[in-house]
Ligand binder design. Structure first.
Ligand code: KIV
Length: 271
């Protein structure tokens, strides 16, 4: 059964209200004009131009090499496509860690140059002050706790976070600090479902889960994972709703065969 797409523009106020009303928030990534169109027209509430583009679009092994210029380039393309969803630009590694001034300047570029409606940044208490500075300037911030891929080398791999009592307590405390600093929502990545439930019940801003179970206020996936466009690996928390790679390869193979066999172009494709 498909859902009716509501046409009214999604704002951060709408997202907060959805939590209050118990409406589940849908989030997906998009990285360019065509994926922006697809995701927006399908009725997703928030489109995240994630730095995951480093891996699924640019072919890097992690998100660490992604730059501000990469992010602005892709966010601009997505913004041109989107009519309804809230567009969030992901702040890349080292664009918000050096100083509060630089973080604020870079966050502002997403709105001024790329037409985004807000930014996402990874981390807990260590980015609370930066979150406060950015939100005080009128820029909505989506926070991100649990597995924070930009810290992969410190964490020691892409693994579930918050499994022991001390780290779970820290994640819960961080969530409260980020809410207090003004974040309008919080991504929880790869944490036990029981911890995600506790965090979701303990803060008034919506939690958006990825590998965090059913109890979050919303769910997010990387578009290329859920549509089967990224074949390198598929994390356990991903459900594949299509195998586009297979379809695309089939189409391209057929084209190659037809061109080689003199079957394309036909008369109707000629002038
Ligand atoms: O970069 C990204 O796509 C993300 C989501 C997986 C939350 O951070």
């Amino acid at each position: 059964m498909s859902t009716q797409v509501k046409m009214s523009k999604v704002t951060t106020a709408v997202i907060r209200e959805m939590k209050r009303k118990g409406e589940i928030i849908t989030v997906l990534t998009a990285y360019d004009y065509p994926t922006g169109l697809v995701v927006d027209e399908a009725g997703v509430d928030i489109i995240l131009v994630g730095d995951s583009l480093g891996m699924v679009v640019l072919g890097y092994d992690s998100t660490i090499p992604v730059t501000m210029e990469d992010m602005l380039h892709h966010t601009k393309a997505v913004s041109r496509a989107v009519k309804r969803a809230l567009v969030i630009g992901d702040m890349p590694f080292m664009s918000y860690q050096i100083s509060a001034e630089e973080a604020l300047y870079n966050a502002g570029r997403f709105l001024q140059e790329a037409d985004a409606h807000g930014v996402k940044l990874e981390g807990g208490r260590e980015v609370a002050e930066i979150t406060r500075r950015i939100t005080s300037a009128g820029i909505p911030v989506m926070a991100h706790l649990g597995l924070t891929p930009q810290s992969v080398h410190q964490i020691g791999g892409y693994r579930v976070q918050g499994k022991d009592e001390a780290s779970a307590k820290r994640i819960l405390e961080d969530a409260k600090m980020l809410e207090e600093a003004g974040a309008f929502s919080l991504v929880l990545e790869c944490v036990p479902a029981s911890l995600a439930k506790l965090v979701t019940e303990s803060i008034s801003i919506p939690t958006i889960g990825i590998g965090a179970g059913i109890h979050c206020d919303g769910q997010v996936l990387v578009l290329h994972d859920m549509l089967g466009m990224f074949e390198k690996f598929t994390p356990k928390f991903v459900k594949q709703y299509a195998q586009l790679n297979v379809l695309m390869k089939e189409g391209v193979r057929q084209y190659v065969d037809e061109v080689r066999g003199g079957l394309f172009p036909e008369k109707k494709h000629s002038f």
